[in-house]
Ligand binder design. Structure first.
Ligand code: ADP
Ligand code: MG
Length: 452
């Protein structure tokens, strides 16, 4: 990499740092430009894990920041170049720790990871999917260790676990509580392994048992890590006996944490267990509106509505889509952002690809849902038991495929394009007020997704 790229890359990393949580940034900070060829940039990363992490969650951020320095870049590719020292360390726990994180600043002390200032309770949108989790996390910010101990929070990727755990830490800091430690279980493992290697296990134990509030994120990473689990078990007991508060997050419930010792699982279940589900449409919209406002994107309502109506089961991706639309429109100086523009910009990022289903498949699932036959949807019959399914099928085909109106018409016994657009608009309009219809359409989409 030449000198000029070096400087540009540092400035890209600086921008990326502003966008990511500190732990995520640490994971990507050793990436480098490997090559640039026409409109493709190849980035070298230190592990598969980092590459997957970027591809999963940070592509919009990477693309956006890279484009600021290299406007012609359209694609990003990765090569994995693992650090050489890794091979000289035989211990497998240690290898994994090294691969995933190379940011142990001061291994002897037990320090909290830096908190993301955005992850506070005030920035957390409460919906039916997360209200219990929210209430549970709030409740353990006062009367530490007395009300519910431990708190066990579980839910899928990108649903706000880290946000809530860090909000607890922020809140407790604000309340003047001392010695709050927020760490990921990876970091816990790193510290355990390091202390074994350099013979400071006693010191480590002494330090961690002095903590007043221990928050451990992503406990599932300890699956199969026997030695670290052993250490955690003793840490847990020591803190619990002293009535110190413990909070833990996991991407799955206790009984699915196969590979974690039974005795730990039973400790995790002693206090309050709360879960987070994927957000519903209203919560997705509220999250987008909130972000749109705080970031001053000022995107029109119908664009926010379009993004919210996509079935994102991951809020990071939901927010990522918003950032992508906002940044692409600003890069191209587009003032009036339309739903069309958003659709085009997000076409490869939406949870359900528009090209995935054929009209036939959609017709079969819709007919089945309404207890009728696909042929009935093509027929001229106008009784309500056929017109509603027909219109729903037309609506979904228009939404989920790239077929033109006349072509869609052909799938419905040669109806003309104005009938198709009328059916589409009718269902679209009615779904805003008719909750039964809206639920039906959502059910059908779910069935389609499961069928694929
Ligand atoms: P997890 O730890 O469960 O994988 P995160 O806590 O990292 O998920 O959340 C992913 C992103 O979504 C973060 O930017 C977070 O701020 C945001 N987020 C999640 N839930 C909410 C919510 N209810 N309100 C606002 N933002 C949220
Ligand atoms: Mg997390």
């Amino acid at each position: 990499m030449n000198q000029q790229f070096n400087e540009q890359w540092s400035s890209i990393l600086k921008d990326i740092k502003k966008e990511l949580v500190p732990t995520s940034y640490y994971a990507v900070k050793d990436s480098k430009i490997h090559a640039i060829q026409s409109n493709t940039m190849t980035i070298s990363v230190v592990s598969e894990f980092v590459r997957n992490k970027i591809m999963d969650a940070f592509m919009p951020v990477f693309l956006f920041t890279i484009k600021k320095q290299f406007p012609t870049i359209e694609n990003i590719e990765f090569v994995v170049e693992e650090p050489k020292e890794k091979n000289s360390v035989p211990d497998t726990d240690y290898n994994q720790a090294y691969e995933r994180t190379s940011y142990l600043s001061n291994p002897e002390s037990v320090e909290s990871l830096p908190l993301n200032p955005r992850y506070i309770f005030d920035n957390f949108i409460v919906g039916s999917n997360n209200q219990l989790a929210y209430a549970g996390c709030k409740s353990i910010t006062s009367d530490l260790g007395k009300v519910y101990n431990p708190l066990f929070l579980y839910g899928g990727v990108g649903l706000g676990k880290t946000h809530l755990l860090q909000a607890i830490a922020h809140e407790c800091n604000k309340n003047g509580n001392k010695n709050i430690v927020y760490i990921t279980s990876e970091q816990f493992l790193n510290q355990v392994v390091h202390s074994i290697q350099v013979n400071t296990v006693d010191k480590f134990r002494e330090n961690i048992r002095r903590v007043d509030y221990l928050i451990i994120d992503d406990i599932q990473f300890l699956v199969g890590k026997e030695r670290t689990q052993e250490e955690l078990f003793h840490t847990f007991n020591a803190l619990y006996d002293q009535k110190k508060q413990i909070a833990i997050s996991s991407d799955r419930p206790q009984n699915e944490l196969k590979g974690i010792q039974e005795r730990l699982i039973s400790r995790f279940s002693m206090g309050l267990t709360v879960d987070i589900y994927p957000p519903d449409y209203e919560t997705r919209l509220a999250i987008l509106r909130n972000k749109d406002k705080s970031e001053q994107y000022d995107l029109p309502d119908d664009v926010l509505d379009f993004i919210a109506s996509q079935k994102f089961n991951n809020i990071r991706q939901l927010e990522g889509s918003l950032i992508r639309v906002a940044s692409y429109s600003s890069m191209q100086n587009i003032e009036n952002v339309t739903v069309e523009f958003a659709k085009e910009t997000l076409k490869n990022f939406l949870p359900m690809s528009y090209k995935k289903f054929t009209p036939e498949e959609i017709k079969v699932i819709v007919a089945d849902f309404y207890n009728t036959k696909p042929q009935m949807l093509e027929s001229k019959r106008r009784s309500k038991d056929v017109t509603v399914p027909r219109q729903v099928a037309i609506y979904l085909i228009r939404e989920m495929t790239n077929y033109s109106l006349p072509v869609i018409g052909r799938y419905f016994g040669g109806r003309d394009h104005s009938t198709i657009i009328h059916s589409y608009e009718k269902i679209k309009g009615e779904m805003k007020t008719d909750m039964k219809l809206k639920n039906e359409v959502e059910e059908i989409i779910k069935k389609l997704q499961y069928s694929s």
